[in-house]
Design a binder for this molecule. Structure first.
Ligand SMILES: *Cc1c(COP(=O)(O)O)cnc(C)c1O
Length: 388
């Protein structure tokens, strides 16, 4: 429901950070490699409607989503008629017709969908635009080796109905060197499928890499890379970061990627609490001295988890201030005893930079980079996104 009142918090997207990240990624592209911006999970919590047009401005002309409903949003918010949208996962039979009509590209990874696609394309009189997903060892979705020949033959015989934009796979776990051999084997298998495809069809764009593989294995870029986490300013893993900084002889600690997202709220109220008093529900926090407490209108309903009770931090006036007491449904209480000039309405940063300090998504979660994905995508879609 649209309200004329402001929400208790909002998310800012930093246009210049996104442009920086896309430039950084582009500079690393082997010859002619196209970048597809992965915007599943509501653009990793950044909000499809706000994020997509800015990414387009930064030169992106291909977007990858998971499902038909996300593709619908992408089609709605894109401005460039030449921008392509690709569904990598879920599309129901009854959604195929829409995708074909709209020229939305989608993955084919099973014979059933292949035949259905040809049938619907014939009915609508429009060519379906597809990417053939090859099983190379991730064992999630994809055509198995014993199906390849029949697949390519079917495509050849139905080329009026089915236009192949891509042959693809997904490297399983390029963010860790532990998976090196698995990925080498996947690449070999993909090349084998491509060699076979060549006997039947003109080769389309080949793609296999997400952020981690893209940054770690430039020799496996092929024609397109599907970039998610890195464009938002996060490294897929600590290992990918270390590898990159070492191989480019950059100083550890600096960061060529810039975070795009900042989550902000404001101080709702201030209160003095005397030593010996409990703060909030139960006896979770006992004031050991006279304290000044700020309430901030954010709680677990907004994605600020209860696991941050007595342990999370926010930034106020450029200082790191701790959560005291339980995280409530709609409120947190913050220890601002050390802040001199703090007042009602002051900006509170929950994720992102303020002054010289930063609350990282990783610290917001559980101190590991791997959870960046999860924390980001859990940010409720109801929080307004504003491009700055
Ligand atoms: C999510 C996803 C990506 C992007 O992964 P990142 O690690 O965020 O770059 C690429 N390809 C597929 C198939 C995906 O599901």
């Amino acid at each position: 429901m649209k309200s004329r009142f402001l929400q208790p918090s909002y998310i800012e997207l930093d246009r210049s950070a996104l442009i920086n990240n896309i430039l950084f990624l582009r500079e690393r592209a082997s010859n002619g490699v196209r970048l597809s911006s992965v915007i599943k999970g509501n653009a990793y919590g950044h909000g499809i409607s706000a994020f997509l047009p800015v990414a387009e401005e930064a030169g992106i002309d291909h977007f990858s989503v998971f499902s038909a409903n996300e593709a619908e949003a992408a089609v709605r918010f894109k401005n460039n008629p030449d921008t392509n949208v690709m569904i990598m996962g879920m599309i129901r039979d009854e959604e195929l017709e829409w995708a074909i009509e709209k020229g939305v590209e989608f993955y084919l990874f099973e014979t059933e969908r292949l035949e259905k696609t040809a049938e619907i394309a014939r009915k609508t009189g429009k060519r379906a635009l597809v990417h053939l997903q090859i099983e190379t060892g991730m064992n999630r979705t994809g055509f198995d080796e014993n199906e390849w020949e029949a697949l390519f033959r079917f495509i050849k015989n139905n080329r009026e109905q089915i236009g192949v934009c891509g042959i693809c796979t997904h490297f399983a776990g390029a963010e860790s060197v532990a998976n090196f051999y698995r990925i080498q084997n996947q690449e070999k298998k993909l090349r084998k499928a491509v060699a076979l495809a060549e006997k039947y069809i003109d080769l389309p764009a080949i793609h296999a890499s997400s952020s981690a593989a893209y940054l770690t294995y430039p020799e496996k870029h092929f024609d397109m890379a599907r970039i998610g986490i890195a464009q938002y300013g996060f490294w897929p893993s600590r290992e990918t970061y270390m590898y990159h900084m070492k191989s480019e002889k950059l100083e550890q600690g600096s960061d060529p990627l810039k975070r795009v997202l900042t989550w902000k709220s404001e101080i709702m109220s201030l209160k003095n609490v005397e030593s010996g008093e409990f703060i909030g529900y139960g006896n979770v926090y006992l004031a050991g001295r006279n304290m000044k407490i700020a309430t901030v209108p954010i709680g677990y309903t907004h994605g600020f988890g209860r696991n941050l009770t007595n342990s999370g931090y926010v930034l106020i006036n450029g200082e790191r201030c701790g959560v005291v007491g339980l995280v409530n449904m709609n409120m947190i209480t913050i220890n601002v005893s050390n802040l001199e000039n703090v007042k009602k309405g002051d900006e509170v940063v929950l994720i992102g930079r303020q002054g010289d300090d930063e609350i990282t998504v990783a610290s917001f979660g559980e101190m590991t980079n791997n959870l960046n994905y999860e924390v980001l995508t859990r940010l409720p879609s109801t929080i307004p996104r504003i491009v700055c």
